[in-house]
Design a protein around this ligand. Structure first.
Ligand code: FMN
Length: 173
């Protein structure tokens, strides 16, 4: 049977919110995933986490993230998903970091074969939308079908139920 995986990265703690530094109890993508769990009950969920946690403080975090981007780093992950071949659709969530996906999301994607599978991306941001992440996603997942994605202002996720429902309806799950 065709199975779906929700895989996501999200950073709680200090983040860029509404034009300033704010503190998030739950990361924005985590909030979207909470809603996806309700819309897609029973779906497997995998949280992408680097082995070495990113700093919680915003200033330190953006420096680490920029260094990783410049170095094209592929930070080791705390854990990997079990048997990714069982999934035909991957709903992939991440924040826009410096115009693309956080480098640990690249680590996750490049560790597996996604050819023939559908990847449906959603991305939270504070103005840059997907940035170059869709192009980067295609490159990281050769042969995958990249579905129409959803980008949301991070500060709007709590009230984005309609958009999230619409996004899920576009997918053949
Ligand atoms: C390291 C870092 C880099 C960011 N770079 C961008 C950016 O280039 N463009 C943008 O619109 N938002 C940027 N943001 C804001 C995040 O994309 C936004 O706060 C997002 O909703 C965070 O999602 P999360 O709470 O799930 O991690 C950045 C945030 C961080 C921490």
């Amino acid at each position: 049977m065709a199975k779906t995986l929700i895989a996501y990265f999200s950073h709680a703690g200090e983040n860029w919110v509404n034009g300033g530094i704010g503190t998030l109890k739950r990361g924005n993508n985590e909030v979207v995933v909470d809603k996806l769990r309700v819309l897609l009950p029973g779906t497997d969920v995998f949280r992408i986490e680097p082995a070495k946690r990113y700093p919680e403080r915003y200033q330190a975090l953006i420096d680490v993230a920029k260094d990783e981007l410049r170095a094209k780093a592929r930070p080791a992950l705390a854990a990997d998903v079990a048997n990714p071949e069982q999934y035909s659709t991957i709903v992939l969530g991440y924040p826009n970091w410096w115009g693309t996906m956080p480098m640990c999301v690249f680590t996750f994607l490049e560790a597996h074969q996604w050819a023939g599978k559908t990847i449906a991306p959603f991305c939270t941001h504070e103005g840059s939308g997907f940035g170059s992440s869709l192009t980067d996603l295609k490159r990281a997942c050769p042969g995958a079908n990249i579905a129409q994605g959803l980008s949301l202002y991070g500060s709007n996720v709590a009230s984005a139920d309609k958009q999230i429902e619409g996004f899920i309806k576009t997918l053949t799950l």
